[in-house]
Write a protein that binds this ligand. Sequence first.
Ligand SMILES: Cc1cc2nc3c(=O)[nH]c(=O)nc-3n(C[C@H](O)[C@H](O)[C@H](O)COP(=O)(O)O)c2cc1C
Length: 191
Amino acid sequence: MSKIVIVYHSGYGHTKKVAEAVLAGTLETGAEARLLPVGEIDDAGWEELATADAIIFGAPTYMGGPSADFKKFADASSKPWFGQTWKDKIAAGFTNSATMNGDKFSTIQYFVTLAMQHSMIWAGTGMMPSNTKAATRNDLNYVGGFTGLLTQSPADASAEEAPPAGDLETARMFGARVAGVTARWLAGAPR
Ligand SMILES: Cc1cc2nc3c(=O)[nH]c(=O)nc-3n(C[C@H](O)[C@H](O)[C@H](O)COP(=O)(O)O)c2cc1C
């Protein structure tokens, strides 16, 4: 059974909702998975990350990049970086922000760079976007992420109201996708 850790930050609860939907998708595949909020990482948390087969990074986009709390976690990961203990784990990422674009991709790009510094294997969404005239806001992958999962919560919407159901369903499918990629990777190259 593959082990997946979703390490994330959420200032106001919106990204947490996405993380929970991603978790649901991973669990549906039979993977062993858990959420790890960046503010709660102790020695046991770092050990969980060290023994994971896949790590999914999640953060809101703040000022065109990952939130400072997430970056603090990323900087602290320089310790496993020294030993390259995350090498060959599957990596993936998601971000939520208020604007449909809002420079979300800078956050995803940062996650890719972090994963590459750790010599991880990046998995994208593997999902086609809903981008036709007929597409509506609650369709799958309406925000159109390929490199990572993108979700959007209007600036005046509470975490109870947003992100919308379609984005959360996209998040669930993304979780299942990363779990599937991890299982295939492990089947071909058991650690
Ligand atoms: C300090 C700060 C900076 C923000 N910068 C951006 C931004 O660059 N782009 C954007 O689309 N939204 C931006 N937002 C909006 C948040 O991304 C949005 O409210 C998001 O849903 C917050 O997620 P959270 O509840 O998980 O913290 C910003 C919000 C804050 C508080």
